[in-house]
Design a protein. Structure first.
Length: 92
């Protein structure tokens, strides 16, 4: 049984490493020894997550602005292609 538990831990480690490597922003609330499955302390965990997000607010806003501009440009490109049959170059 210990082998299965350890294999699961290793798999989780690599999955987390892969997922975080593709993230635009990683927010790590300071949860101490609270386990993520401790639902009896969910309000506390949510508050800690909100506090961590607020500490990263400028980075979150910067990313949101970049995504908005990208999506706006993509929409303009689709409209230009539909209306005029052209694809403008992207400079954002």
């Amino acid at each position: 049984m210990d082998i299965y538990v350890r294999a699961g831990e290793i798999q989780g480690f690599h999955l987390e490493k892969y997922s975080l490597g593709n993230a635009d922003i990683v927010i790590r609330p300071q949860i101490g020894a609270i386990h993520w499955t401790d639902f009896s302390r969910s309000k506390e965990l949510i508050s800690l997550g909100e506090a961590a997000a607020m500490k990263n607010l400028s980075e979150i806003q910067r990313l949101a602005k970049r995504i908005y501009k990208r999506d706006l440009m993509d929409g303009l490109k689709r409209s230009a292609k539909k209306l005029f049959g052209i694809t403008p170059s992207r400079s954002v």
